[in-house]
Write a new protein. Sequence first.
Length: 215
Amino acid sequence: MASSFELNAETRQDKGKGASRRLRRDNKVPAVLYGAGKDAVSLTLQHNKLLQSLENEAFYSHILTVNVDGKAEKAVLKDLQRHPYKPSIIHVDLLRINENEKLRMNVPIHFIGEDVSVGVKAGGVISHLANDVEILCLPKDLPEFIEADLSGVNLDETLHLSDLKLPAGVELVALTHGSDHDLSVAAIHMPKVVAEVESEAPVAPDAGEAEGENA
């Protein structure tokens, strides 16, 4: 991974809705750090610094360094609660990692080859049916995204999970449950309006019918 992210956090003793509201008024975010066989720790994060990090897509699927009262811990962003209409963060869940245990994480899908796709060149339009995918891997193998190559997808064809090329050491959680979980990722079809016009176009009469009408 090219990027690296650090979060500076402080432990907090005050809990509850009232304490959380006071933190947010002070431009801080309540958070919790848990996992890896250790006790959960309640934290506070600087809101603006966190918001800045969240603007980078890689932050969501990256091993983070969380400095808790001067001690560094490795973790991933497990859950994030946003305000329903304000550009602010309400709460953050951070999951500690164990370098020897596999992680289950959702990572974004990056679609490539759209402009040179066989189906697009034939007049089709791409429908993106998934934006991210759940993967299973060791922390060292965690990718920032999974690529979905549409260059070879023809008109009226669908790209499935099993068609994705995965980095070494990475599995798709859905496919571990069997082939019936091989979900669609993207498809290419003719635009609906064009398809309807073509299906409703009048059929020209054949020569025999035309002569009979003129007799």
